[in-house]
Design a protein around this ligand. Structure first.
Ligand SMILES: *Cc1c(COP(=O)(O)O)cnc(C)c1O
Length: 208
């Protein structure tokens, strides 16, 4: 698929999104050598991953779901990459926890490219100011941007918008594309794709 997009086969990192799946479904991937996983809930990840990380210390665990500031402490302790930084309150809480724990998970800012009320993410027209604030006021190193296009929309304009915001803020990492649209995302510059269903099969819990 990456060859088709005219990009090197290793251009996009695959984050295997294991939400709702138990350790027995995850271990075969670990045994096969995969190390990069994503979860969307701090609580669920905290129950599942410490034991797996004890067995495979080089696991890279990504938080891909919304973060509440009262979970910042747990998120900094558990995750290696937090993809959903999306407002000053969270950025401030993460910066404080990173100082306290002397742990520096890599950070992505989530952009609500579809400007959906129910979806997390900073609004596109507030993204530049928020990225600057994260860097200057909170002293955070921002690695890239992440988005989840609205269901049913053509994802391409959303991916293109994310790439444009990243470029003008000198950010090179783009987490975009899921099971249904990763090929489009890679064509538009994704460096990270987040794949659940295409790896683990359908999730039992609707909407999870
Ligand atoms: C569940 C989830 C995914 C994976 O979705 P699939 O369509 O199952 O590949 C990707 N990103 C986020 C933020 C998710 O919550």
């Amino acid at each position: 698929m990456l060859e088709e997009a005219g990009r090197a086969p290793d251009a996009a990192v695959v984050t295997a999104v294991s939400k709702t799946h138990g350790a027995e479904r995850i271990r075969p991937l670990l045994e096969a050598g995969h190390r990069i996983f994503g979860e969307n809930r701090v609580q669920e990840a905290a129950a599942k991953w410490p034991a797996l990380k004890a067995d495979y210390p080089d696991i890279e665990l990504h938080l891909v779901g919304p973060l509440q500031s009262n979970k910042a402490k747990e998120a900094v302790a558990l995750f290696d990459v937090i993809e959903t930084v999306d407002r000053p309150k969270i950025a401030r809480a993460l910066a404080a926890e990173m100082d306290r724990q002397e742990r520096t998970p890599r950070l992505f800012i989530q952009v609500n490219t579809g400007e959906e009320d129910q979806k997390a993410g900073i609004a596109p027209d507030e993204a530049d100011a928020f990225i600057a604030q994260c860097r200057e006021e909170f002293g955070l190193v921002i690695e890239g941007l992440m988005c989840i296009p609205p269901m049913g929309d053509d994802p391409a304009p959303h991916f293109a918008l994310l790439a444009k915001i990243a470029a003008r803020n000198r950010l090179t990492a783009l987490s975009m594309g899921m099971s249904g649209d990763y090929a489009v995302a890679v064509r538009l510059g994704a460096t990270h794709v987040r794949i659940g269903t295409a790896i683990f099969g359908e999730r039992a819990q609707a909407g999870a």
